[in-house]
Design a protein around this ligand. Structure first.
Ligand SMILES: Cc1ncc(C[n+]2csc(CCOP(=O)(O)OP(=O)(O)O)c2C)c(N)n1
Length: 660
């Protein structure tokens, strides 16, 4: 093994090599001996930049040498490099001409936090959700073969993403097709939290097969150095080594699924990595896994045990790694309130089971795992499995709560339909990060859940106006028999009273917050996070002399048809507001109801929400304002609509002149 370098963490990163690297071709002009230093410079650059702007610091620090070795060993972008998730690809961004923009990452107009085909020709496949790389890479490899081309296709995937269903399905097909495909496994024994599951154990056992690895290296070196026939003997022995690997290494990947295995290799040693990748390049008759061992957060100044900080950080002190203190969020995060509330519910109802798919901290389930380790499960990056696992639990009388981000629940749509709703099973879905999430951008916005959940028979779907009502809704869901889903936004609540005991809500009942006794000819019907902005807009409107009834819809399914039909009969303008795609969303549900009841004549219904386009990344406040989804935007839209109504009325009214 090559000796380890000692990283230097300067506040002003040394750029001896880096300043001349504006593309992988520049990197490939360097001597292999210089790569370790290049990696050190990149690591410093990431640290310095992320200490200011924050990002997936730890995940990217762990993959610096992998990126350097990949771009050195392969002729990118001619050889296709496919990253899984893409959160760990900052070194790849730096090496592919985006160094100077790294400080703009995740900000509006800046670099994406993940990979995007429209950002660089080196981002061969867009990413953000886990476990996609092997399928995409296999597709590219087959396309190459069909077109008679000869480039390499390489996928880089983390150990936890490898356990995701799609990756497993791709492995199954790749081994069977015997296509030339290289998989670089970034094995750091971590997901965001520690990796879970049988595959993690399998990789552990490979790491544990040290005797084999030592033997293999020694045999390799001996044969290589043998006079006269060294290289030939070495090549011949490869077959033997494969056989040894198959015999010694545990598991199906090598034995049964048709993959060759190279490794393991020190994933922070550029020489060893380039050597392993060159070896993999020689394998022409099927897929190969190069198994690299890395350390998440490698070089992060603080090594205190904080899994999450090793994955992603906000700004931090470059010397100590301590997070730059932002004022503690005054209203608590929705996530924190959810975790606490679920613990409370579990204290009084032993049948409640909490589930997360690799996001314990992001969903608040970390609290439950601490308090009720027997009744909480992290299933890994496996949203589909999570939902059907929940369905199974509920068949036996338990009450599973799937705490899954809105965007990741998209993965499990068929499981929601086929396994839960068709059987009307008692599974609960709690979707954090519903709506516009901000810096993580298009792959992570939770804008579709209203549309896809309200279409499914038997589903009940709701959204609280604030964190106190979220507690009520969780309580209500757990007392309701059947599938039910709740969405709530990323970030802090509005400061509502979370001390009071949660209340049972009537399913399908909305609440009138303003103008119950008439409230003029306008109604604003808001869903979830848009209720408070709607109230603020109504206050502004009132100052202009426009009275508006404000309704907190609470449920998109079932809708409060009694209340909505009454509004349809008494109002001239109904404005619906939701933080989600308009197509098939809350507003559409309201229009459908009014249409079915013949109330659309003479009534104007205006839907406010997110238009049918890809929403970029950036400050959520800014993005919401862009689509009119804040108090000012709602006020402006209602004002415009009221003016149109008045103009129409004026046109219909006979003029003084004509009467005379
Ligand atoms: C479908 C899906 N679920 C969850 C996530 C959230 N997520 C992002 S990175 C990550 C951990 C990935 O672990 P691993 O593949 O081992 O890569 P590492 O971060 O350790 O480099 C998770 C769970 C996601 N991106 N996609």
């Amino acid at each position: 093994m090559a000796k380890h370098y000692s990283p230097r963490y300067n506040t002003r990163p040394n750029m001896k090599f880096l300043q001349a690297i504006n593309s992988p071709a520049d990197l490939r002009r360097l001597r292999q001996d210089d790569l370790q230093e290049v990696a050190a410079e990149i690591r410093n650059y990431i640290l310095e930049t992320m200490s200011r702007v924050g990002g997936h610091t730890g995940a990217s620090l762990g993959a610096v040498e992998l990126a350097v070795a990949l771009h050195y060993a392969f002729d990118t972008p001619r050889d296709r490099l496919v990253w899984d998730v893409g959160h760990q690809a900052y070194a790849h961004k730096i090496l592919t001409g985006r160094r100077e923009q790294l400080h703009t990452i995740k900000q509006y107009g800046g670099l994406s936090g993940f990979l995007r085909r429209d950002e660089s020709e080196h981002d061969t496949f867009g990413a953000g959700h886990a476990s996609t790389s092997l399928s995409a890479a296999l597709g590219m490899a087959i396309a190459r073969d069909q077109k008679g081309e000869d480039h390499h296709v390489v996928a880089l995937i983390g150990d936890s993403s490898l356990a995701g269903g799609m990756a497993m399905e791709a492995i199954n097909q790749a081994g069977h097709l015997k296509t030339r495909l290289i998989v670089l496994l970034n094995d750091n024994e971590m997901s965001i939290a520690p990796a879970v599951g049988g595959l993690a154990g399998y990789l552990n056992r490979i790491r544990g097969a040290q005797g084999y690895h030592r033997f293999k290296d020694e045999v390799g070196d001996l044969l290589h150095d043998a006079p006269l026939f060294g290289e030939r003997l070495y090549q011949a022995a490869k077959t033997v080594k494969d056989a040894i690997a198959a015999a010694v290494l545990p598991g199906a990947l090598v034995n049964e699924l048709g993959f060759k295995y190279v490794g393991y290799v020190d994933g922070h040693n550029t020489r060893a990595l380039v050597h392993a990748l060159e070896e993999a390049k020689q394998i022409k008759d099927g897929p190969v896994v190069v198994h690299a061992l890395t350390q998440k957060g490698k070089g992060f100044p603080s090594r205190e045990k904080n899994y999450y900080a090793w994955h992603a950080t906000g700004p931090f002190d470059l010397k100590t790694g301590a997070a730059v203190k932002s004022a503690k969020p005054a209203p608590p995060l929705y996530t924190a309130v959810f975790g606490e509330s679920l613990c409370e519910e579990m204290a009084s109802d032993p049948s409640v089971i909490a589930l997360t798919a690799a996001m314990p901290d992001g969903t608040g389930i970390d609290k439950v795992l601490e308090r009720y380790p027997e009744r909480a499960f992290d299933v890994g990056i496996a949203e589909q499995h999570c939902v059907t696992f929940a369905a199974g639990l509920s068949c036996e009388g338990l009450k599973p709560v799937c705490a899954i981000y809105s965007t990741f629940l998209q993965r499990a749509f068929d499981q929601i339909v086929h396994d839960v709703c068709l059987q009307n099973l008692n599974v609960k879905f709690c979707m954090d990060r519903a709506g516009i999430v901000g810096g993580d951008g298009p792959t992570h916005h939770g804008l579709l859940d209203i549309t896809y959940l309200r279409a499914v028979p038997n589903m009940v779907a709701m959204a609280p106006k604030d964190e106190a009502e979220m507690r009520d809704m969780l309580h209500t869901m757990l007392h309701y028999e059947g599938p039910a889903a709740m969405r709530y936004p990323r970030g802090v609540g509005v400061g509502a009273d979370i001390k009071r005991a949660p209340q049972l809500l009537e399913v399908g009942k909305a609440e009138i917050l303003r103008g119950a006794e008439g409230g003029g000819e306008v109604a604003i019907v808001a869903y979830g996070s848009m209720v408070h902005p709607a109230l603020a807009a109504a206050e502004q409107l009132a100052r202009d002399g426009v009275e508006a009834t404000v309704v907190n819809a609470r449920f998109v399914k079932p809708l409060d048809s009694g209340l909505l039909l009454a509004l349809g009969r008494t109002k001239r303008l109904i404005v619906t507001v939701e933080e989600a795609y308009l197509a098939g969303g809350f507003g559409s549900a309201v229009i459908e109801l009014l249409e079915e009841n013949g109330l659309l004549d003479g009534l104007r219904v205006v839907r406010m929400g997110v238009p049918d386009r890809i929403i970029t990344h950036g400050d959520p406040k800014l993005l919401l304002a862009k689509y009119g989804l804040d108090a000012d935007g709602i006020y402006t839209r209602v004002r415009e609509c009221v003016e149109v109504l008045e103009e129409r009325r004026a046109r219909r009214r006979p003029s003084v002149h004509s009467r005379a």
